[in-house]
Design a protein around this ligand. Structure first.
Ligand SMILES: NC(=O)c1ccc[n+]([C@@H]2O[C@H](COP(=O)([O-])OP(=O)(O)OC[C@H]3O[C@@H](n4cnc5c(N)ncnc54)[C@H](OP(=O)(O)O)[C@@H]3O)[C@@H](O)[C@H]2O)c1
Length: 163
């Protein structure tokens, strides 16, 4: 099992405002799909409930919540980090897809980070990615900068691997 995180962060590590994303960059959403398709995605209950059509197709959707009776179509429910890791132990690739609380609690177990770094500081951000200690990571690959036509935001992709 290789555990990766996929996240779009701004220059302050901002990742969200309330229940919403800071920005929607369509090329980034396509990349998210290409990376995760056929694999397991692991997310917090709030991030799951923000998905417009529920579970994402063609992936195993695992949702973490403390609510013992939580149910929704096409998801597996877990109630702790250990339960999540145990449920997914035979899965080749597990992608942690947010949100803030879940990035925090799984970061120590994470092997790879797929970052989309948005070259902007969103004043409205209320949810943040934990601090990334660059001493622990090697930059494996970097692409960009690109500019999103619709939002005019500049961004780059940075793939980090734990040393
Ligand atoms: N930029 C990005 O790439 C990106 C990606 C995803 C999300 N986001 C943003 O992140 C924000 C949502 O993040 P969030 O931190 O508010 O919520 P979240 O991490 O998605 O979900 C939090 C929920 O997870 C459950 N949980 C947390 N710790 C747990 C534990 N130790 N054991 C069991 N369950 C646990 C709880 O569910 P219960 O309350 O049901 O017990 C908790 O309320 C939104 O703004 C969203 O747009 C950004």
């Amino acid at each position: 099992m290789i555990i990766s995180m996929i996240v779009a962060i701004d220059l302050n590590n901002g990742i969200g405002k309330g229940d919403d994303q800071l920005a929607y960059i369509s090329a980034d959403l396509k990349r998210f799909k290409a990376l995760t398709i056929g694999h397991t995605i692991l997310m917090g209950r709030k991030t799951f409930e923000a998905l417009p059509k529920g579970a994402l197709p063609n992936r195993r959707n695992v949702v973490i919540t403390r609510q013992g009776d939580y149910k929704a179509p096409n998801i597996d429910v877990v109630s702790s980090v250990d339960e999540a890791l145990n449920l997914c132990k035979n899965d080749e690739k597990v992608f942690v897809i947010g949100g803030g609380e879940i990035y925090n609690i799984f970061l120590p177990d994470t092997d790879k980070l797929y970052l989309t770094v948005i070259d902007h500081r969103f004043n409205e951000a209320t949810v943040f990615f934990p601090e990334i200690n660059m001493g622990e990571w090697t930059v494996e690959n970097e692409e960009g900068p690109f500019t999103d036509e619709k939002t005019q935001l500049a961004y780059k992709y940075q793939n980090l691997k734990r040393k």
